[in-house]
Design a protein around this ligand. Structure first.
Ligand SMILES: [Zn+2]
Ligand SMILES: [Zn+2]
Length: 272
């Protein structure tokens, strides 16, 4: 069976491990039986424009990814990608960031609401349920804006905010948000964009995926078929972790294929 990991970070991400070079990720990918790997370092455009994050070293990262692609040619399908954060907040700058290099795989992610710190920084344990639901609702509104940005291949970790709600040990019911979630799914389907199954919360022991099994089923019920899978590893040892568990979840939700990239071309492979 083809095992893919289409969401990984190197030292070119502000939160990547120092030993996480493109070459080290490729080496590890081969060790754990991965055939399709995407390197997707952070380029959070809001953080760059507002001067919060160190700007993404796009040229240096591209060079290192290209050298690794050449080195592992014939053994690994490596996509030179990027995780473009919050593109809808600064669309012109985001467009320019995508034009710097011919990226073969682009994840569109939302890490924070406009003018609000990263979802990981919010104190959910201090909030009422109504407050959390109103923030989740705003998150879905911004995600809908994000997916209308051109040039994205997949929507990264749709329920990133839920990861931190869970860590605060707050129960959360998605049902009041189904209409907006379905709206996002319909937009993905119309735009021929994939939904990412991000399994980092599985290997971190949270017992949930992003999105959850419930929301994967909802995607399928709406006609969604395009899924990419990623570990969101930030160091070589986590490459490929829980991808097989992710496949099992997808099979439970009724999926039989995932999307992988081969030199910028999307193709579907069986997970049965
Ligand atoms: Zn992310
Ligand atoms: Zn990531």
């Amino acid at each position: 069976m083809i095992i893919c990991d289409l969401h990984t970070h190197t030292r070119f991400s502000f939160d990547g491990a120092k030993d996480s070079t493109p070459e080290a990720l490729c080496r590890r990918a081969l060790e754990v039986g991965i055939t399709h790997l995407a390197i997707t370092d952070h380029c959070d455009i809001n953080g760059e424009v507002e001067g919060i994050y160190t700007p993404y070293a796009a040229d240096e990262a591209w060079e290192a990814m290209s050298a690794a692609k050449e080195k592992f040619k014939g053994r690994l399908h490596l996509s030179r990608g990027i995780e473009l954060g919050n593109a809808h907040q600064y669309p012109n700058e985001a467009k320019a960031a995508l034009l710097r290099h011919p990226y073969e795989f682009v994840i569109g992610s939302l890490h924070n609401l406009t003018g609000v710190p990263d979802f990981c920084m919010l104190r959910y344990e201090m909030m009422t349920d109504a407050h959390i639901h109103s923030l989740f609702d705003r998150m879905l509104d911004e995600t809908l804006q994000l997916v209308s940005f051109d040039g994205l291949h997949t929507l990264g970790h749709l329920t990133y905010m839920h990861r931190y709600i869970s860590l605060a040990q707050k129960p959360f019911d998605f049902k009041p948000h189904y209409d907006k979630i379905v709206g996002i799914y319909k937009s993905l389907i119309t735009r021929d964009m994939a939904l990412e199954l991000n399994v980092s919360t599985l290997w971190k022991g949270l017992g949930i995926s992003m999105p959850t099994l419930e929301l994967l089923k909802l995607y399928r019920d709406q006609g969604g078929r395009l899924i990419t899978v990623g570990s969101d590893a930030h160091s070589p040892e986590n490459v490929g972790k829980c991808i097989r568990k992710g496949y099992a979840l997808l099979r439970t939700a009724g999926f039989s294929e995932v999307a992988v990239m081969e030199d910028g071309q999307r193709t579907a492979v069986s997970i049965i």
